[in-house]
Design a protein around this ligand. Structure first.
Ligand code: AP5
Length: 207
């Protein structure tokens, strides 16, 4: 299973990726998670990425492409992968195709999770993430319902940053919907349903 997840910030990409990974045992490659870890550890990549992430802009293509070239060569990615947050521009999509050709791999689907922006704003404002296990939940969870860890709010889930992330998505990432449609790889699910119902549709779409 080699799949790209497409969808606006907050559409549920991370939530559905975790479910696919736990059922199918493939690698979950989230560029957002990799970048947040790099920022936390103040690596060279993290220092360069932070100023873009803080305001909800995209990190420059070349930094992301170099990072993904290495990540896709790691052992866990050889049994399949879910790409969550990459590609986000047509330059990244072209680079991904080149990387996969070089590794002798093929992309099986680009799965778009569709949710309207009003719903997304509500979701992101109330999103909380577990510091220990990465469980994604909401402000109604005082502590993590999976491991009991502390739930925190992402810096980029503040209202003005959410708005910019949605603008950036519309301008720079939404064109990938037609990009993958033209390649006959696009499948779309309605993400504005209960998490389990979305997952049922996801599995049906990628069957
Ligand atoms: P990233 O971490 O990738 O953020 P994103 O795309 O904005 O996606 P999110 O993680 O916000 O949302 P999601 O779709 O995963 O939703 P989730 O499942 O969490 O990127 C962060 C930043 O890093 C970017 O802004 C950029 O600066 C940089 N970056 C990353 N990749 C890059 C790249 N390739 N190029 C350049 N820069 C890059 O769900 C959201 C909330 O909704 C949660 O609270 C969840 O519980 C809830 N929820 C989920 N599904 C449902 C449902 N069905 N019903 C009700 N609630 C639901």
């Amino acid at each position: 299973m080699n799949i790209v997840l497409l969808g606006a910030p907050g559409a549920g990409k991370g939530t559905q990726a975790k479910k696919l990974v736990s059922e199918f045992g493939v690698a979950h490659i989230s560029t957002g998670d990799i970048l947040r870890a790099a920022v936390k550890n103040q690596t060279e990549l993290g220092k360069q990425a932070q100023k873009y992430m803080d305001v909800g802009d995209l990190v420059p293509d070349q930094l992301i492409i170099d990072m993904m070239k290495e990540r896709l060569k790691e052992d866990d990615a050889q049994k399949g992968f879910i790409l969550d947050g990459f590609p986000r521009t047509t330059a990244q999509a072209d680079a991904l195709k080149e990387m996969l050709d070089g590794l002798g791999k093929t992309l099986e689907a680009a799965l778009q999770i569709e949710v309207d922006f009003d719903t997304i704003i509500k979701r992101l404002s109330s999103r909380r993430t577990c510091r220990d296990c990465g469980h994604i939940g909401t402000a109604s969870e005082e502590s993590c319902t999976v491991c009991g860890g502390e739930m925190y709010q992402r810096d980029d889930d503040k209202p003005e940053t959410i708005k910019n992330r949605l603008d950036v998505y519309a301008k720079q990432t939404a064109p990938l919907i037609d990009y993958y449609k033209d390649k006959n790889l696009l499948v779309t699910v309605n993400g504005d349903q209960d998490v389990e119902d979305v997952y049922k549709d996801v599995k049906e779409a990628i069957k």
